[in-house]
Ligand binder design. Structure first.
Ligand code: GDD
Ligand code: MG
Length: 374
């Protein structure tokens, strides 16, 4: 059985990070985002993975190049085919069995996919959607199902049931349940017949509504689940990995210490590091620097003396000058921050950008790749 990962979206809300590399190839904590997904399905015995991508496919391939176990096939779309079109393409190329999993490519999750498969089999379903309860259901696909909650905040009477209605991002007044489409599906190959060839087609808007009453089930899964589609959620996901709120390989390795200095990293004795934090191989942290709480310093990055990095992710090969400050922000690879510069909360700095010494970057700023801020 395969897991097909939809990895061809543009990642608009994560710009400028996604201007230079696609979302699945972006590093989260210590590895490319898509690697968490490959690990996740691997824990449920699935080692046959199909990655559907268009934009940035070379980077996605490179990101997975040294993964040890799974068999990975790539489907490259000449034009974006939406969330359903890639399934048709993969099926036409003989890459999918009679039953397969489909996953949105921006999920950090440890939901029990084996339980989803069992529910699918028990119902003899055509398609089974993983459902998850979220605090704010507004930006998701909303699913009403038999034995599900019928009012916001109400507990469902059972974990699964037939889907009665699928509404992709409905108007706020239509939202009456907090169970949403978690972007993980078990499908029978019969679903492929509903998808036309060679054009953009949406599984949420054009396939699931047509499957209602024809073997479409939903199954609620508790556990950790996050759509890592915005800078805020990217940071939150990073801390959740380090603090072990989601089951991941790196989290297991840190074993609750929530703090790691990779072999080959150099943290000078006068530096202070407060967990959760990770300093990657080849990184250097100078005396008097203050990291954390909550910091990731990517491989090869340098934090000079007296600099402070808090609640922030500094990706590979960056340089944070002496006495500079980075607060609740994300720095793409190869960013240079001059001495005494200050990057305020909510900023996202594009790859290779330069911030001049003493510059003040206002809260919520976006700096394009290669850009200069004085
Ligand atoms: N290959 C390919 N081609 N992948 C695509 C394309 C495309 O043309 N368009 C989008 N994708 C991928 C994205 O990369 C992402 O992994 C996934 O499809 C879903 O797209 P998003 O743009 O992230 O959708 P969303 O987050 O607004 O909504 C979806 O996910 C929610 C859960 O996170 C929907 O499936 C909702 O129903 C769901 O609740
Ligand atoms: Mg998404």
């Amino acid at each position: 059985m395969q897991a097909l990962i939809l990895a061809g979206g543009e990642g608009t809300r994560l710009r400028p990070l996604t201007l230079t590399r696609p979302k699945p190839a972006m590093t989260l904590v210590d590895r490319p985002f898509v690697a968490y997904m490959v690990d996740w399905v691997g824990r449920h015995g699935i080692t046959d993975v199909v990655i559907a991508c268009g934009f940035g496919s070379d980077a996605v391939r490179a990101a997975l190049e040294d993964r040890p176990t799974p068999t990975i096939a790539y489907v490259e779309e000449p034009e974006p085919l939406g969330t359903a079109g890639p399934l048709r393409l993969a099926a036409d190329r003989g890459l999918l069995d009679d039953r397969f999993l489909v996953l949105n490519g921006d999920l950090l999750a440890d939901l029990d996919l084996s339980a989803l498969l069992r529910a699918h089999e028990d119902h003899g379903a055509t398609a089974t959607l993983a459902l998850h309860e979220v605090a704010d259901p507004r930006s998701y696909g909303l699913v009403r199902r038999a034995s599900g909650p019928t009012a916001l905040g109400e507990r469902p009477s059972g974990p699964g049931g037939e889907v009665l209605e699928f509404l992709e991002k409905p108007a706020p007044e239509k939202i009456d349940t907090d169970e949403v489409n978690a972007g993980a599906y078990v499908l029978e190959s019969a679903v492929i017949d509903l998808i036309p060839r060679g054009r953009m087609f949406s599984i949420e808007r054009e396939v699931f509504p047509r499957l209602v009453g024809r073997g479409l089930y939903g199954h609620r899964l508790d556990g950790y689940w996050m759509d890592v589609g915005t800078p805020e959620r990217y940071l939150e996901a990073s801390w959740d990995v380090l603090e072990g709120r989601v089951r991941t390989e790196i989290g297991d390795r840190l074993e609750g210490a929530r703090f790691g200095v990779a072999e080959g990293a150099d943290v000078e004795s006068g530096a202070s590091v407060e967990a959760p934090a990770l300093v990657e191989a080849g990184a250097h942290v100078g005396a008097g620097a203050i990291l954390g709480p909550r910091a990731v310093i990517g491989p090869g990055s340098v934090v000079e003396r007296g600099a402070r990095v808090a609640s922030s992710v500094v990706l590979a090969d960056c340089r944070i000058g002496a006495d500079a400050e980075v607060e609740e922000s994300i720095l793409a690879p190869a960013v240079v921050v001059g001495e005494r510069a200050r990057i305020q909360a909510g900023s996202v700095i594009g790859e290779g950008a330069r911030i001049e010494p003493g510059a003040e970057i206002e809260a919520g700023a976006r700096l394009e790749p290669g850009g200069v801020a004085a």
